[in-house]
Design a protein around this ligand. Structure first.
Ligand code: KG4
Length: 311
């Protein structure tokens, strides 16, 4: 990554075929496969970028949040590489990385803005104040939105990873099934997705012949309405007129289309290129660049933190 915005190489080494047969990520298998992949992937990234290690100004591993075993592989490898080559080490928060996917897609985008972070492990509305300062305005109190997509897909027999499969099937259906939305009392922008997940599971068990495409379309419509309701409250609260999407679930075609309607209310909406929505190294390197120029440096004490918070 050059100057935080220009991608020189972005190697994706997917483990989906390995985990597919178990219906979800198996943590132990994930870390073992990370160990096997990391040297090969690093070499390929340098080759494709046509740079040598001595041209690298900073090594920027993700140190959380995430699965500890997988995080440890990256952190340990990065520490060894940084130490052996005398290159500064700069840790990156995974969520911060997802936000930065927008900087790569939109060279003109600068903070401040609101970001709706939606992934397999997180759902948050984040006030991005600067490249390195964030305030979480609302978050899920139970399941992440991606978890709900994956669970719905599994229960109705679509397989893993569920999000893209629900997205595809929903295109053939009509959102004609009423599903519950959770609202909390008081002035909160928090979410809950466990209720709708359970409602879909119960409906499918009670009515095995229910039209799956309609169920997927209704699920997507209801969760998108929930997201938009809270985002509109966040816009009112902060006065911000820019909303960016981030995380794997932001590749959902219905969510992307519906968020664009905020444009009618004078809101500018940004969404990363599809290949930058799901986990990738370029977004982490972009964040690493901004941490680096803000003066952040880590020592060899850097450790993986599975539940790392933003700021
Ligand atoms: O951000 P991500 O790659 O990984 C982390 O959780 O960090 O997000 C993965 C999540 C999975 O739950 C996956 O099912 C979901 O993103 N996802 C989608 C779509 N593509 C990926 N969910 C809904 N619609 C999609 N098109």
């Amino acid at each position: 990554m050059k100057n935080g915005r220009e991608v020189l190489s972005n190697i994706i080494d997917t483990q989906i075929p390995i985990h597919e047969k178990y219906g979800g990520v198996v943590p132990e298998l994930a870390s073992r496969n990370h160990i096997e992949a990391i040297s090969r992937v690093t070499k390929k990234a340098l080759e494709e970028a046509n740079v040598k290690l001595e041209n690298i100004d900073a090594i920027t591993p993700t140190y959380g949040p995430g699965l500890v075993g997988a995080l440890l592989v990256g952190v340990s490898y990065a520490k060894a590489l940084a130490f052996a080559n005398n290159i500064p080490l700069v840790g990156v928060n995974h969520i911060q990385g997802h936000i930065a996917a927008n900087y790569i897609t939109y060279p003109e985008l600068e903070p401040p803005f609101l970001c709706v972070m939606m992934s397999g492990g997180n759902t948050q509305i984040i006030y991005v104040k600067t490249y390195t300062e964030f305030e979480v305005l609302g978050k899920t109190r139970d399941d992440a939105i991606g978890e709900a997509f994956d669970k719905v897909a599994r229960v109705i027999g679509l397989g893993y990873p569920g999000g893209p499969k629900v997205d595809k099937l929903a295109c053939e259906g009509h959102a004609n099934i009423d599903l519950p939305k959770t609202h909390f009392e008081g002035d909160t922008l928090d979410f809950s997705f466990s209720g709708i997940k359970t409602a879909v599971i119960n409906l499918h068990h009670k009515m095995p012949d229910i039209n799956k495409a309609d169920l997927c379309a209704s699920f997507q419509k209801t969760v998108t309405e929930t997201l938009l309701e809270n985002v509109e409250k966040a816009i009112q609260k902060t006065g911000e007129k820019i909303v960016a999407l981030a995380g794997g679930v932001s590749s959902n075609s219905y969510i992307r289309k519906e968020f664009l309607t905020l444009g009618e209310k004078g809101i500018k909406v940004y969404m990363p290129d599809l290949k930058l929505c799901t986990d990738n190294a370029a977004m982490i390197a972009s964040s690493g660049y901004y941490n680096y120029i803000a003066g952040k440096r880590d020592t060899l004490d850097l450790n993986a933190i599975p539940n790392l918070k933003l700021n």
